[in-house]
Design a protein around this ligand. Structure first.
Ligand code: SF4
Ligand code: SF4
Ligand code: FES
Length: 236
């Protein structure tokens, strides 16, 4: 049994190249890409690290949809023994399957995605009680692995490259709900602008595609409510 695999080669103006790859049980899409690079064309560029769904580095577009490739089984996505594998959408292509993630993570910084607490290294750890409503609201969101799948799936990012996007806004949401956090007025100001959460059209593509079952859409809706409350308090 073999697979016909079309793989993106080159940069933005590249094209697909077809490879024939042996097929076997429990094979992942990342296994397919690795076979091509190790046995058919060592110049193929791609990225991965953990192979177990933790690092977020292996995301690619597989048969038209963004996915984490190390946890995507060929049996679930191949159509008529064919696969098409490309780089993530909405990001510049460095080469082949490797995208430039700088803008993606710069947007986390623009959404004030850095934790800012009040304790110093001389203080005891500040504990967060897991059962509080605030903490439970971000149970899923804090598991984000920064894979970029949601960002690649978002049509608003495609239409408006300045839009902060679902991952950065999900990060902001987790910090807004963190009771230790000291800089939430700044954070809410950062995500309230034209490129922030009000640009979201609630398409839910991010939520449908997130491999960690996070709902950035729900977090963005939560941010909108927090912005209104902060505005009424006169904090924005
Ligand atoms: S819900 Fe918002 S962030 Fe998510 S894909 Fe749709 S427009 Fe993008
Ligand atoms: S929210 Fe989900 S899809 Fe988006 S970067 Fe985080 S883990 Fe990946
Ligand atoms: S290689 Fe780490 S998440 Fe896929």
């Amino acid at each position: 049994m073999t697979l016909q695999v079309r793989v993106w080669r080159g940069t933005e103006d590249g094209s697909f190249q077809t490879f024939e790859v042996p097929r076997y049980a429990s094979q992942t899409v990342l296994d397919v890409v690795t076979h091509i690079q190790r046995h058919l064309d060592p110049t193929l560029a791609y990225r991965y690290a953990c192979r177990v769904g933790m690092c977020g580095s292996c995301a690619m577009t597989v048969n038209g949809r963004a996915r984490w490739t190390c946890r995507t089984h060929v049996d679930n996505v191949a159509r008529n023994d064919r696969l098409e594998i490309g780089p993530l959408r909405n990001l510049p292509v460095i080469r082949d399957l490797v995208t430039d993630m700088r803008e993606f993570f710069d947007k986390w910084a623009r959404a004030k995605g850095q934790f800012k607490g009040s304790r110093t290294r001389n203080d005891d750890f500040e504990k967060v009680v897991p059962q509080t409503t605030e903490r439970k609201a971000v149970d899923a969101g804090i598991e984000c692995i920064g894979c970029g799948v949601c960002y690649s799936a978002c049509n608003v990012v495609a239409a408006n490259p300045a839009y902060l996007g679902p991952a950065a806004l999900n990060r902001a949401w987790t910090l807004v709900k963190d009771e230790r956090e000291m800089s939430n007025p700044d954070r809410l100001r950062a995500v309230a602008g034209d490129a922030g959460c009000h640009a979201c059209h609630t398409h839910m593509d991010c939520t449908e595609r997130c491999p960690k079952h996070i709902s950035p859409t729900a977090g963005i809706a939560g941010l909108k409510k927090e912005i209104v409350k902060a505005a009424l308090r006169g904090e924005l």
